[in-house]
Design a binder for this molecule. Structure first.
Ligand SMILES: [Zn+2]
Length: 301
């Protein structure tokens, strides 16, 4: 929309107006971990993305904004012509499935505060990790852990879904790339869980690179998520030794034509969120955003 005002040529104005109307691409601030959130947003706008996913931790939104800081943040988004489409809740040990009850209770408050923040900036969804990375679990190989996680996740959802409802935000649970026997790491396992809750307030977000890091085909994961798929983290990984690489889609080994086809088959209507964090060929963060933008254009987004 901003581009329309800047563009003097009426023929181009028409063209851009049409593209922007249907453009549902989004770029995560994770692409700019080398700078402040303000500068990250400027980089995303400069690459031409209409929407963004805001990282809810250092070096970006380290604590949910309120008061003047919140108004300033909303004004900045307006000025840049960017929509904060989604918020990524803090990661690390900020999970639903904390195997320790004190840990879980503490994180309920953190996650609730980010749900409220997502509502306050007009996002539609918040991405939450259901399961902890084993490196945050004090005794990660204790055989009791999987059951403790399996028990904690639905209890946490029971607490957070009313918060989401009040904020007008849908929670999206992400598939994760951990090599362990913890439950709820894949769309296949998460789908029966989310089916127990209202689709207006709970859905799934497919991370393509996480799927293949566990050697799960992103295409079958998309079908497993089906109508509950509400978000995407599009990132590429190496084909033979995938390691959650977060490369620009088409720079790794995933079959993007098949992934796009599957998304269209399940009538996916959410944002196409690019979660690019690393360069395959030494590109700068600004280069990566521009290159990704060209990939998105090539896909007709
Ligand atoms: Zn992700």
């Amino acid at each position: 929309m901003v581009r329309i005002e800047r563009n003097q040529c009426s023929k181009h104005t028409m063209l851009h107006a049409t593209i922007n109307h249907t453009d549902n691409s989004s770029y995560s601030t994770i692409g700019f971990l080398d700078r402040s959130v303000e500068k990250a947003l400027a980089g995303i706008a400069a690459a031409g993305f209409p929407q963004t996913e805001i990282l809810g931790q250092e070096p970006h939104i380290a604590a949910p904004l309120t008061g003047q800081a919140l108004s300033d943040f909303r004004n900045l988004l307006d000025k840049l012509g960017l929509r904060a489409r989604t918020v990524h809740a803090p990661m690390m040990d900020n999970v639903l499935g904390a195997p320790d009850e004190n840990w879980r209770r503490e994180k309920m408050q953190v996650l609730a505060s980010y749900i409220q923040f997502a509502g306050a900036i007009g996002a539609t969804d918040i991405i939450i990790h259901p399961v902890p990375n084993p490196r945050f679990v004090p005794d990660p190989n204790d055989p009791a852990i999987p059951e403790l996680i399996g028990d904690a996740v639905p209890r946490s959802l029971d607490e957070l879904i009313p918060v989401a409802e009040k904020a007008g935000i849908r929670i999206l649970l992400e598939n994760l790339p951990y090599h362990c026997d913890y439950p709820f790491l894949t769309m296949r396992e998460l789908r029966p869980l989310v089916d127990e809750y209202p689709e207006r307030w709970l859905g799934l977000v497919l991370d393509t690179g996480h799927a293949w890091t566990l050697k799960n085909d992103p295409v079958s994961e998309i079908y497993a998520a089906g109508p509950r798929l509400g978000g995407t983290h599009l990132q590429d990984v190496d084909f033979s030794a995938p390691n959650d690489n977060h490369w620009v889609p088409t720079h790794g080994g995933l079959d993007w034509q098949a992934i796009r086809h599957a998304l269209s088959e399940v009538q996916y209507a959410g944002p196409w969120t690019f979660e690019v964090a690393n360069a395959r060929h030494g590109e700068s963060p600004d280069d990566l955003a521009h290159i990704t933008r060209e990939v998105a254009r090539g896909w007709g987004l």
